[in-house]
Ligand binder design. Structure first.
Ligand code: UD1
Length: 339
């Protein structure tokens, strides 16, 4: 079996690539290295003793894509990660986000529809926008994602639904990720942010290693037990496994067409202060932090209802928040040794 993974050297894409290779699936990995590094291939190889077929390619380039699909006419599924993902950056460069995330999706989707190749789409809980009640299930409204990045994810979902409606054989699974954290237990691959990360865990580990003087805890007056925001932190290995289950589900599905939207989270929320406390406990390190004002756009509480993905595919998490934080720290130390 051959699977095309776009953005396969990125944070989630690289972990999925590892799991696919471990299942003896041939992986065709395309990435334009816009927000990833070629060395990720070494990490993948160290873990699996295998290498994906790799092509440095920008999926916005239709001509290149055309020849890729000509060369590989045996692709049986597409997992599409290649997209920009910073909410803050998207507010500054909206056109860049619409161009990259939507044009890229349309180009790749053309081949999926035309050649009848099942399509797994990486979406985000950001599509739920300003949620009032958690756990959030898939029926929750998706009105206002609050950023161009979030809009591109929601528009992407709509495009897929329209393809599904228009076809009698299009198969797609849309995975709405909550907050991915952690790294492969080997410490050979992990999150590799270029520039200063905006997300909590990479910023926290970078602070502890000495790259930042302190972690800013955004807001302490939210209506939560300790006043800080609550999120659903999902280990990247569990998240990667959800893609493998999605492939299995697509293959086993006998009906002609499919469009499933599934949350991927743990179903449990932790506050920022709880995360800091647990990190200190499992690593023995102190986290220097200061409480500052709230960050614009943050919702107080967001965690997933994960009944649907469990019912459909039997997927559930294996790793804990402790595992995620330990592996994130292990990875940060690996990065410091390397650079
Ligand atoms: C964001 C996106 C989400 C995406 C996720 C991972 C939204 C609303 N959320 O989630 O779609 O999947 O990133 O890329 O678009 N925090 C601090 N200090 C920091 C950084 C964060 O206190 O330096 C707090 C935040 O206020 C928040 C929590 O930590 O309460 C998690 O923040 P972050 O990791 O940025 O993820 P989200 O904003 O939840």
């Amino acid at each position: 079996m051959k699977i095309l993974v776009t953005g396969g050297l990125g944070y989630i894409g690289s972990h999925v690539t590892v799991l696919l290779l471990e299942q003896n699936i041939e992986v065709l990995c395309v990435d334009n290295l816009d927000n990833s590094r070629l060395e990720v291939l070494d990490g993948i190889n160290k873990i699996t003793s295998k290498s994906p077929l790799f092509k440095n390619l920008d999926i916005k380039d239709k001509v290149e894509l055309e020849s890729l699909f000509k060369e590989h006419d045996d692709i049986q599924a597409i997992i599409h990660f290649a997209a920009h993902k910073s909410l803050t950056e998207s507010l500054e460069k909206p056109l860049n986000y619409y161009n990259n995330n939507i044009v890229g999706l349309l180009n790749i989707l053309n081949f999926s529809v035309e050649k009848d190749i099942p399509f797994i789409y990486s979406s985000s809980c950001t599509v739920y926008g300003d949620v009032k009640v958690s756990p959030i299930n898939e029926e929750n409204a998706t009105n206002d994602p609050k950023s161009p990045y979030g809009n591109t994810k929601l528009i992407g979902e709509q495009i897929l639904k329209d393809c599904f409606n228009a076809s009698d054989k299009f198969k797609t699974i849309i995975l709405r990720y909550f907050n991915p954290i952690g790294a492969h237990p080997s410490g050979y691959i992990g999150e590799y942010p270029l520039g200063t990360p905006q997300n909590l865990i990479p910023y926290l580990t970078q602070t502890v290693i000495g790259k930042h003087p302190f972690l800013r805890v955004f807001g302490s007056d939210y209506e939560t037990e300790d006043g800080t925001c609550i999120r659903d932190y999902i280990h990247v290995m569990d998240l990667a496994k959800a893609h493998i289950e999605s492939i299995n589900y697509l293959i086993s599905f006998k009906n002609k067409k499919m469009c499933e939207i599934l949350n991927v989270g743990t179903g449990k929320g932790y506050s920022v202060l709880e995360v800091i406390k647990i990190f200190e406990k499992v690593t023995g390190e102190k986290v220097p932090f200061k409480v500052v004002g709230p960050r614009e756009g943050d919702v107080p509480i967001a965690f997933a209802d994960v009944k649907k993905i469990y019912t459909k595919m039997g997927w559930k998490t294996k790793f804990t928040l402790e595992d995620g934080l330990k592996s994130a720290w292990n990875w940060e130390k690996h990065l410091v040794k390397k650079f």
